[in-house]
Design a protein around this ligand. Structure first.
Ligand SMILES: O=C(O)CCC(=O)C(=O)O
Ligand SMILES: [Fe+2]
Length: 353
C-alpha cells in the first residue's frame, strides 16, 4: 500500500512521537480537585490566618504544579458538563461539513479568524483543522480580529458564547489561585484581563495514515497566560516533564480540564513558574477533538516580571514586551512556512554578565 502524504507534514526524525507511552508517566501529572471551592470563597489576602486548610492546600498544590510542571489537570471545576456536551456536538457537526462549506469561513492573511486546515508549528504543517474565534473583536488598522461565524450548525455562536462565559469564570479562579500561590493578593493579576484578548479554538484531528511521522500540533509552549483545555476521550496530548525531559501522554479524564501555564505567567513570576512544552500526537483510527480557551491579557499590556517578585538577589529575568506587538508578530508564522524561527520569550530574556 502506498501512503501518499504531503511532505510539509513530516516532522524531523528527532521530533516524531514514540509509538507507545506507559500509563505510569500519566499518573505523575498533578491532578487538582477544585471541590473545596464549592463551599469556600477564594480568599483575598494570602496571609489571612482564617484561610481554611483545604483552600490553603489547594493553593499550595497549584503553586507546586506551576513550578514543577507548568501543567495540571482539574476536576470538579464548576463548568456545567452539559455545556461541554453542547460545544462538542457543535464542533463535531461543523467539522463534518463538506470542505466547501467550511471554506466559506476560511481565515485569510488580513483576518486570521475562522476555519483553517494548514497551520504550521515550527515550520512543519500540523495534521489538524481548526475554527478560531476571539471573545472581543479587535481592529487597530494593522491587527484585525473579526469573527467569522459559520452558518452551520446554526447554534454555533450561542453555544460558543455560553461556553466561553463559563470557562472565563474558571480562568479567573485559576489566576486568582495562582496569584495567592505567589503570595500576592488574589486579584493582583485580574486587571490585566479587563478587555482581554482571549482566544477560543476548536481543534479537530482526523485519523492519519502515518501517525508516526506527523504531529497534530508540533511541540510548542503557549504564549499567553493560561490555556484552559478540554480534550475528548481519544487522547494524544503529550507534555514534556520538566524533571527529566520525557514526553508524557496525558490520560483523558472525563469532565476534567487541562491547565497549561503559558509564557506570560512564566515572565510575570520571574521564572518561579514554568510554561510547559507540549504537542499533539495523532492516530490512524479515531478523530480527536480538543477545545482550548486561551486566557490572554488586554493588548495594551506590557509584560514584565511583577515588581513584588523582583529583588536585588532575584533581579528581573526579562525585558518588558508589548503583548499586542508580540501577538501580532507571531500570527504570521503559524499561517505559513517561514524561513526563520518565530518570536519567543527567550528573545526578551536578559543576559547575565
Ligand atoms: O489538542 C490539544 O490537546 C492541544 C492543542 C494545543 O496545544 C494548542 O492549540 O495550543
Ligand atoms: Fe498549545
Amino acid at each position: 500500500m502506498s501512503l501518499k502524504i504531503d511532505l510539509a507534514f513530516i516532522q524531523p526524525a528527532e521530533h516524531r512521537p514514540k509509538p507507545t507511552f506507559s500509563d505510569a508517566g500519566a499518573a505523575t501529572i498533578p491532578l487538582i480537585d477544585f471541590s473545596p471551592l464549592l463551599h469556600h470563597q477564594i480568599p483575598s489576602n494570602p496571609s489571612n490566618p482564617a484561610i481554611p486548610n483545604e483552600i490553603s492546600s489547594l493553593i499550595a498544590a497549584i503553586g507546586a504544579a506551576c513550578r514543577d510542571w507548568g501543567f495540571f489537570q482539574v476536576i470538579n471545576h464548576g463548568v456545567d458538563p452539559q455545556l461541554l456536551e453542547r460545544i462538542q456536538a457543535a464542533a463535531i457537526e461543523f467539522f463534518a461539513l463538506p470542505a466547501e462549506e467550511k471554506l466559506k469561513v476560511k481565515r485569510d492573511e488580513v483576518n486570521p479568524l475562522g476555519y483553517y486546515d494548514s497551520e504550521h508549528t515550527k515550520n512543519v504543517r500540523d495534521w489538524k483543522e481548526v475554527l478560531d474565534l476571539v471573545v472581543r473583536e479587535y481592529d487597530d488598522g494593522l491587527l484585525v480580529l473579526k469573527n467569522r461565524w459559520p452558518e452551520y450548525p446554526p447554534a454555533m455562536s450561542s453555544t460558543c458564547e455560553m461556553y466561553i462565559a463559563a470557562v472565563e469564570k474558571l480562568s479567573y479562579k485559576l489566576v486568582e489561585l495562582i496569584s495567592l500561590s505567589l503570595n500576592l493578593h488574589a486579584k493582583r493579576l485580574n486587571g490585566f484581563f479587563k478587555d482581554s484578548s482571549c482566544y477560543f479554538r476548536l481543534n479537530y484531528y482526523k485519523p492519519c495514515p502515518t501517525p508516526d511521522l506527523v504531529l497534530g500540533v508540533g511541540r510548542h509552549k503557549d504564549s499567553g497566560a493560561l490555556t484552559v483545555l478540554y480534550q475528548d476521550q481519544v487522547g494524544g496530548l503529550d507534555v514534556k516533564r520538566k524533571s527529566d525531559g520525557e514526553w508524557v501522554r496525558v490520560k483523558p479524564i472525563p469532565n476534567s480540564y487541562i491547565i497549561i501555564v503559558g509564557d506570560i505567567i512564566k515572565v510575570w513570576s520571574n521564572e518561579k513558574y514554568e510554561s510547559v512544552e507540549h504537542r499533539v500526537s495523532v492516530n490512524s483510527e479515531k478523530a480527536r477533538l480538543s477545545i482550548p480557551f486561551f486566557f490572554l491579557p488586554t493588548f495594551s499590556t506590557n509584560v514584565k516580571p511583577l515588581e513584588e517578585l523582583v529583588t536585588d538577589e532575584n533581579p528581573a529575568k526579562y525585558e518588558e514586551y508589548n503583548w499586542r506587538d508580540y501577538y501580532s508578530s507571531r500570527l504570521g508564522s503559524n499561517f505559513k512556512k517561514m524561513d526563520k524561527e518565530n518570536l519567543q520569550i527567550s528573545h526578551f530574556k536578559k543576559t547575565t554578565i
